[in-house]
Design a protein around this ligand. Structure first.
Ligand code: AMP
Length: 454
């Protein structure tokens, strides 16, 4: 189905054709006609589904038809600076043949140029909540002419504690308006917010929660924590990965890993909340241009990063919240392109892996560990029963585990050969000498903490 079958203006379809988009994605097919018809929307869609164009195109069309004012007629609220910049870029690109103005405002940079630009007027305003409220407090923007209000990545906004800010922003809007809410997941909080915000919404769920995940080749490497970095450097170098996004759980961890990768000869940069806006922008640009191979990011910093057809995503640590796994690997295999996502899972992350697999409703296949140079000198060969010149990874794992206590605890072994699709995960394991010392994946289910450090 071509784009013009959705009733889009030729100025828009021309811009789309120039970007090389031949047909709408499923979310676009569903939401564009509803938005053009003026309905409120509650859409379950992750980044990577094409949702941005899904709301941007009909908004541009709607605004084009109406009279211009100096004040914004569409407000798009997003959780992060990067996403704000990307959404604004998309609008400018799709709207290049329409005479509509777009402005983007977010924190971390000086407010004055933003106030000045607002004084000159805009049709569309893309904003993060905090900065928008600061501007509104200084009477830098009048939101009473807003006809369309978009809450993008609403679940992430709530996770980031923006609920009060969102409610404050809504109070500044006129009562009659069209509301579009996008969220990758539906918690009770999201439902409650939807109930207060939306009027008779069209509820659109393009596909199951893990649909983006289906185009991505996912693998788990069972590896001890202290061997992760050596394995990762090995994979990047041997696989000749030129563009890899790596997730760590903490900012500190991102910095440390970035340094270590650099020491291993892999050009890397970190992107997280402690970095200045210009450092983040620079790192992202260098990554996109291929000047650095590895971008090490925390969860929040990574949201909305629009890096096309990103070939490799690495979970250096599994996230505490299983949904974040889906968000993370949604960075690859975007809009139909295939991608590759690997997770380095240490024994103590077994519970987190189980949670992710529960969410996906399927196990993630395990990749055999390649021979790689361990981070620390190996034990003498006799002690680990090795014949390889370089110790094999499972022995490295064993070596790096604390003595006996862990071994006694060692619950179920995770080993690729003991799993087959027709056997459930709880099927008895085939006794295999090769599984000795393999990383366990259950047992300690002590990871109760569901916090979101970043
Ligand atoms: P989003 O989910 O909005 O972040 O979009 C994911 C990616 O898909 C972005 O890089 C878009 O530029 C791209 N995209 C959006 N719509 C289409 C389409 N109809 N065909 C191909 N790519 C698209």
């Amino acid at each position: 189905m071509p784009f013009d079958a959705l009733g889009l203006l030729p100025q828009l379809t021309r811009a789309l054709a120039e970007r090389g988009y031949t047909e709408p994605t499923p979310i676009q097919r569903r939401v564009i006609p509803e938005i053009l018809a003026g309905r409120d929307i509650l859409a379950g869609a992750q980044t990577g589904t094409g949702k941005t164009a899904g709301f941007t195109l009909p908004i541009l069309q709607h605004l084009h038809a109406g009279p211009t004012t100096n004040d914004p007629r569409a407000l798009i609220l997003v959780p992060t600076r990067e996403l704000a910049a990307q959404v604004a870029d998309s609008i400018k690109s799709y709207g290049k043949y329409l005479r509509l103005r777009t402005l983007v405002v977010f924190g971390g940079v000086s407010i004055n140029p933003q106030l000045e630009a607002l004084r000159r007027g805009t049709d569309i305003l893309v904003a993060t909540p905090g900065r928008l409220l600061d501007i509104a407090q200084q009477r830098g923007v009048d939101l009473t002419k807003v006809e369309v209000f978009v809450l993008d990545e609403a679940d992430r906004m709530l996770d980031m504690g923006f609920i009060a800010d969102i409610r404050r922003v809504i109070k500044l809007l006129p009562p009659r308006r069209q509301n579009l809410m996008f969220s990758a997941t539906y918690s009770d909080d999201i439902r409650r917010l939807a109930q207060t915000l939306l009027h008779d919404p069209a509820e659109i769920e393009v596909a199951r929660r893990n649909a983006a995940v289906e185009t991505v080749d996912q693998r788990v490497y069972a590896v001890a924590k202290d061997q992760k970095r050596a394995l990762l450097s090995h994979l990047i170098r041997e696989g000749n990965w030129n563009q890899v996004l790596i997730f760590t759980r903490t900012k500190h961890g991102a910095n440390r890993l970035t340094k270590q990768l650099q020491q291993d000869g892999v050009e890397a940069a970190a992107i997280h909340g402690n970095k200045s806006q210009s450092a983040r922008t620079q790192a992202l640009a260098a990554f996109k241009q291929g000047k650095i191979r590895a971008l090490v990011a925390t969860e929040v910093a990574s949201r909305g990063l629009d890096i096309k057809e990103l070939p490799h995503v690495v979970n250096y640590e599994l996230p505490n919240v299983p949904e974040d796994y889906v968000h993370r690997i949604g960075r690859t295999g975007r809009a139909g392109a295939s991608g590759h996502a690997i997770s380095l899972v240490a024994p103590e992350e077994a519970g987190l892996l189980k949670d992710v697999e529960k969410l996906l409703r399927r196990p993630i296949p395990e990749a055999p560990l390649p021979s790689f140079k361990p981070a620390r000198p190996p034990l003498p060969r006799e002690q680990v029963g090795q014949t390889d010149a370089v110790p094999r990874a499972r022995d490295v794992r064993r070596e790096s585990q604390p003595p006996s206590r862990n071994r006694r605890e060692a619950p179920r072994h995770r080993h690729a050969s003991s799993r087959s699709p027709d056997r459930g995960r709880d099927a008895p394991r085939r006794p295999s000498h090769s599984s000795a010392g393999a990383t366990h994946r259950s047992g300690r289910r002590s990871q109760k903490r569901r916090g979101r450090p970043h």
